[in-house]
Ligand binder design. Structure first.
Ligand SMILES: *[C@@H]1O[C@H](CO)[C@@H](O)[C@H](O)[C@H]1NC(C)=O
Ligand SMILES: *[C@@H]1O[C@H](CO)[C@@H](O)[C@H](O)[C@H]1NC(C)=O
Ligand SMILES: *[C@@H]1O[C@H](CO)[C@@H](O)[C@H](O)[C@H]1NC(C)=O
Ligand SMILES: *[C@@H]1O[C@H](CO)[C@@H](O)[C@H](O)[C@H]1NC(C)=O
Ligand SMILES: *[C@@H]1O[C@H](CO)[C@@H](O)[C@H](O)[C@H]1NC(C)=O
Length: 456
């Protein structure tokens, strides 16, 4: 009986467990080497040399080697990215430390926010360390650096002086980049535009938390997000609008994420008299703002390209039922992989949410579905891949996605997907299909989430 002996390189040993036994021949398999080396012997029943099997084995081994190489190169690439962040962070620490000695600016400090960001940052780095599952000097330095930063910020707070605004902005940018890094590593690269999944599985912790661009804690009503179907050249654009009442007066546009964080808009659209909106559930889709006009009640759109307005009467939509966190939210606009939607309720539906598909060309309702979600108990609703998700409050800090309605199949589902809130109330929650994120306007703060979908 011929005896085939295979000795594999140490690097590959953890992968051996994936190989089915039959690949090793129908004989006796033993391993040794404390997991670092693997020695396998196979007694084959055949008297002829099993060239095919050996060849197959070689192919499997080559495949595994390649896999390991890919993983290693990812780590190298990853470390390179982290080094850049560390440099930026070090620079930031120096500038924060300098604040202790300068006393020029006495602007309103938001230490709580900065401290929250530091905590988030720390949690993120800690998570990164866990997912890498290997010691990384760069990550260790990042960790120490954040700790140092926290100490300095605490010291600054006792002095109660300086301009922390700049620091906070830089921090928010870094945080976003690290978050992207984390996604790379977790392989949750969004499969943009694909609805080949079983729906929302989980929602990440809140990622971006930033006070509104007016820096006004009284601006509780508004919204922010990205264009869900950007026109060419505006793929990175963000929008924002807010006010101290649910009335809708104006929109600001930012060319990219950094500009949003810096509160540096490239343009501003004020709604002229007679065109004002109400209700906060507006979105931007195809460089057009879709919003609920206040008086007369109707759905309106402002084309940001042409600055032209267009309206549509909503004869059936009721002005009686609103979401729990805000008055006057009668029309809730949403956009997903399937197009543009608006949700409302009717007298006929007795407060149950009705989903309507908007035909963009004619700006008319092309189809309607009545769900079992009672609007006055809901926090908000949004569409993903033609499925409506509805949320409700669990407690001060937690919202729950509890119900879904599939417009394609008519299927309803009950679920409990938790959504951590920064503050209790929010008035605009929507999904964006271009980055598969959720955007929330949370008591005057910008908050966002990553969404993870179930596999088919
Ligand atoms: C495997 O081989 C060893 C030594 O050659 C032998 O003692 C043992 O009984 C074999 N086991 C099986 C399951 O064939
Ligand atoms: C991390 O590595 C250790 C040993 O190096 C291993 O036991 C553990 O299962 C690994 N954890 C993950 C999540 O890969
Ligand atoms: C963090 O602070 C400690 C103590 O002040 C200091 O020794 C260390 O060099 C700092 N680390 C970095 C990375 O700046
Ligand atoms: C959808 O996913 C299933 C299972 O993962 C796969 O078999 C199928 O090819 C996918 N379809 C598309 C269009 O990606
Ligand atoms: C907005 O206006 C531009 C320029 O007139 C036009 O090409 C585009 O189709 C309009 N978009 C919508 C959604 O009406």
């Amino acid at each position: 009986m011929p005896l085939v002996v295979l000795l594999l390189v140490p690097l590959l040993s953890p992968a051996l467990a994936w190989l089915p036994m039959e690949d090793w021949g129908s004989g006796n398999v033993t391993t040794s080497g404390g997991g670092l080396e693997c020695f396998c012997s196979a007694f084959l029943p055949d008297t002829t040399f099993p060239a095919e099997r050996v060849q197959h084995m070689q192919q499997v081994t080559t495949g595994l080697k390649r896999e390991v190489e890919v993983q290693m190169s990812k780590l190298v690439h990853y470390n390179g990215k982290l080094e850049v962040y560390l440099e930026e962070l070090l620079d930031l620490t120096v500038r924060v430390a300098m604040l202790e000695t300068s006393s020029d600016d006495y602007i309103k400090l938001d230490f709580e926010l900065l401290k929250t960001e530091l905590r988030e940052f720390e949690a993120l780095v800690s998570q990164l360390r866990d997912s890498l599952n290997t010691s990384s000097p760069v990550l260790d330095s990042l960790y120490i650096e954040i700790h140092n930063m926290t100490i300095i910020v605490n010291q600054l707070e006792t002095f109660d002086k300086s301009n922390l605004e700049v620091i906070r902005i830089e921090f928010a940018k870094l945080q976003w980049k690290l978050e992207e890094c984390q996604k790379d590593l977790d392989f949750i690269k969004p499969d943009i535009g694909n609805c080949n999944h079983t729906g929302i599985l989980t929602v990440s912790k809140p990622i971006l938390i930033q006070m509104n661009a007016h820096l006004n804690p009284g601006y509780l009503y508004g919204g922010w997000g990205k264009d869900s179907k950007p026109v060419r050249g505006y793929e990175s654009m963000y929008w924002y609008g807010a006010y101290s009442s649910p009335s809708v007066y104006e929109f600001y546009l930012y060319s990219d994420y950094d500009k949003l964080i810096e509160r540096s808009s490239f343009t501003h659209h004020g709604l002229p008299q007679g065109y004002e909106g109400v209700g906060n559930n507006y979105i931007v889709h195809g460089n057009t703002v879709y919003y609920q006009a206040a008086n007369p009640f109707r759905m309106s759109k402002l084309n940001l390209t042409s600055s032209g307005y267009s309206h549509r009467q909503m004869t059936k939509a009721s002005e009686k039922y609103t979401y729990i966190y805000s008055p006057n939210q009668f029309l809730d606009f949403s956009a997903d992989e399937k197009g543009l939607w608006v949700m409302y309720t009717t007298e006929e539906a007795k407060g149950k949410i009705v989903i309507a598909k908007i035909d963009e060309k004619s700006f008319a309702i092309e189809d309607e579905w009545t769900t079992s979600a009672f609007k006055p108990q809901a926090g908000n609703a949004f569409m993903v891949c033609g499925v409506m998700y509805t949320t409700r409050s669990r407690d001060m800090n937690t919202e729950e996605i509890y119900y879904s309605y599939n417009t394609k199949t008519g299927e309803e589902k009950h679920m409990s997907i938790l959504l951590q809130k920064f503050q209790e109330k929010f008035v605009n929650l929507h999904y964006n299909p271009t980055d598969q994120r959720l955007y929330m306007y949370n008591n005057g703060y910008f908050v966002s989430y990553n969404v993870k979908f179930g596999k088919e």
